[in-house]
Design a protein around this ligand. Structure first.
Ligand code: GLN
Length: 313
């Protein structure tokens, strides 16, 4: 499989799991109150290959909120519907070098929303989805996530409520974008659909398949459905490589060499183009809002297999 045997792939997953299982640095996200309730010790590691095989260890079926790991997939939906120019012109593709919820980025960059992987650009992305009303907008966003995962995903209602009830920061971002003509539907509608998108429950396995769909040129390995035309996959991976870890994106690319996306629910998915995805989940985060164990596990696997996109590191 992709130049490796099944035994080798299972071995690196097991090694990474064992190595970091007992690490307890960092803490659950708490600005979304309910996320403090996720058991902090959960940890799962998955390799999902382009032909749909899974190599797993740990808590790989536990459903957690996808949070920002959803962002590249909705950017993919915009690319598919409207072409990559729409993302470039109406959202932006520049890394901010700033935290995911930065309001300063909105003021210092002319394109305001900056890129689809920070909150501003992700809220702008859902506002771009072509839909006649909020219900249809949401249905398209969810269908797209379902297509990437090959399953029927569901919103974790308690997460949605907890986040929407405390969404003052994202509401501020949505309103600022609207003020600058960089939001393309009603701000509160965009905020609700974005928050729902972030509250979708996924397992580490689901994230693995979502990433494997990108590794496989946009075709879901379980359903064989083309979710994103292959020609747009490189643009999407480029955004993930430059902005997937927010203000830690440089450090991540430097040390792991893989386009990836993190979320404050504790999930991360990294893509090895043409081969497989590596996904991991663990709730404890560092200061930048990235899962410490998931990050370490994926970096370790990338290094052991030597699959960094710029060469083995
Ligand atoms: N829904 C979260 C927020 O908007 C997503 C942030 C994240 O995962 N980094 O704050």
């Amino acid at each position: 499989i992709a130049g490796f045997t099944a035994v080798e792939l299972q071995q690196v997953v097991d090694d990474a799991y064992t190595k970091y299982k007992d690490l307890d640095e960092g803490k659950n996200a708490d600005y979304i109150p309910i996320l403090t309730e996720t058991p902090s010790n959960l940890f799962g590691v998955v390799i999902a290959t382009c032909d749909g095989q899974l190599f797993t260890a740990g808590d790989i079926d536990y459903k957690f909120s996808i949070q920002s790991v959803s962002k590249p997939f909705t950017a993919a939906l915009i690319m598919k519907q409207q072409g990559p120019e729409a993302v470039y012109e109406k959202v932006g593709v520049e890394p901010t070098g700033l935290p995911f919820n930065s309001k300063m980025a909105l003021e210092i960059y002319d394109d305001r929303s900056v890129n689809p992987l920070v909150n501003a650009g992700a809220i702008a992305s859902v506002s771009l989805v072509e839909a006649s009303d909020e219900e249809r907008r949401w249905a398209k966003v969810l269908q797209n996530l379902n297509d990437f995962s090959g399953t029927n995903l569901e919103v974790l209602d308690k997460v949605y409520k907890s986040e929407y009830d405390t969404s003052w920061s994202n509401r501020g971002i949505a309103n600022l974008l609207y003020n600058y003509g960089r939001l393309y539907c009603d701000p509160e509608e965009a905020l609700r659909v974005y928050t729902k998108q972030c509250s979708v429950g996924v397992s580490a396995k689901d994230l693995g398949i979502m990433g494997a769909t990108l590794a496989n040129g946009g075709v879901n390995p379980l359903t064989n459905k083309e979710v994103l035309p292959a020609e747009h996959v490189p643009e999407l991976l480029a955004i993930m490589a430059t902005a997937g870890f927010y203000d830690e994106s440089g450090e991540w690319m430097y040390s792991a060499g893989l386009p990836a996306k993190t979320g404050v629910g504790g999930g991360i998915v990294a893509v090895v183009p043409g081969k497989f995805a590596i996904a991991a989940f663990s709730p404890r985060l560092n200061e930048a809002g990235n899962s410490i164990k998931a990050m370490k596990a994926i970096r370790q696997i990338s290094g052991e297999l030597g699959v960094g996109v710029y060469g083995a590191n």
